[in-house]
Design a protein around this ligand. Structure first.
Ligand code: ZN
Length: 273
């Protein structure tokens, strides 16, 4: 597994690569615009070129994470239109920046029911991909809080099955979310990962490496530092040495005092070869 972290794009997106280098990352995740706004500032051609060159020079693999406002399952006209627009904007930014993967939480049905929500997500992805993007969308496994969709293997397979853009959809794991959703990565690693790989195979591209403040099946999403939470160190040792994850981007999302350096070192120290 490549080990990296979610890096800030503050001031200029190309600085995220410098930050990743300073932390000892082997890969990174970024937002492609302010994650709490619908509209983002335009990335200048100079900035985009610096980012692309930084990627090429460092050899980093990279993924983007979507804005938190987007809900692909929304049935509210206003939110829906804004979500489709923002998703198009972010995917075109990814293409421009040579980012091959775009991670997004599948969406929330907000009372309309899971079945309807799942169909809505598949339809929305198809609508967005009418834009003809290169970048692949990775549906992130979630903890299953509220009416969020994407907490189970079935949810994800149903979305993929209903979509006409299947080859553009991949999967992003998140150890914290999955543990909270009932995947026992702590005491049943072998069976759980076997089931996941049988279902998703090479669609798995990114693994968010977060420990969990909340127990198994709590359905609550609270990130904790590696080894300091309910999942514990053993899981991370197994994951970084798991051959099935060798090409996958392992991404830390819980900064230690805004500095991932220590956690990256810790994860690297778990490597057996
Ligand atoms: Zn995550």
């Amino acid at each position: 597994m490549l080990i990296g972290a979610h890096q800030s794009i503050s001031k200029s997106i190309d600085l995220s690569i410098k930050r990743a280098l300073a932390d000892g990352c082997e890969c990174l995740q970024v937002f492609v615009k302010n994650n709490n706004r619908w509209e983002g500032k335009v990335i200048s051609e100079e900035e985009a070129e610096k980012f692309r060159k930084g990627l090429a020079d460092s050899g980093f693999k990279v993924c983007a994470h979507s804005s938190y406002l987007i809900n692909l399952a929304s049935f509210k006209e206003d939110t829906y239109i804004k979500s489709v627009k923002a998703c198009n904007d972010e995917l075109s930014r990814c293409d421009r920046l040579n980012i091959p993967f775009y991670v997004i939480h599948p969406g929330s049905h907000v009372g309309e029911g899971e079945k309807k929500g799942i169909r809505r997500i598949a339809d929305t992805i198809d609508r967005v991909y009418e834009g003809g993007y290169q970048c692949m969308t990775l549906l992130e496994m979630v903890a299953g809080q509220g009416t969020n969709i994407g907490y189970s293997i079935e949810n994800m397979l149903d979305i993929i099955e209903l979509s006409a853009s299947k080859d553009k959809i991949g999967i992003c794991f998140d150890s914290c979310h999955m543990f909270a959703a009932g995947f026992d990565l702590k005491d049943d690693y072998d069976n759980v990962t076997k089931e996941l790989f049988e279902a998703f195979g090479d669609k798995v591209k990114v693994f968010h490496l977060n420990d969990s403040k909340k127990p198994l099946n709590s359905r609550r999403d609270r990130h904790e530092l590696v080894g300091k939470g309910e999942i514990g160190e053993d899981f991370f040792k197994k994951a970084v040495n798991d051959a099935r994850f060798s090409d996958i981007l392992g991404i830390l999302e819980t900064p230690v005092e805004e500095n991932y350096k220590k956690e990256i070192e810790l994860l690297k120290s778990y490597r057996e070869c």
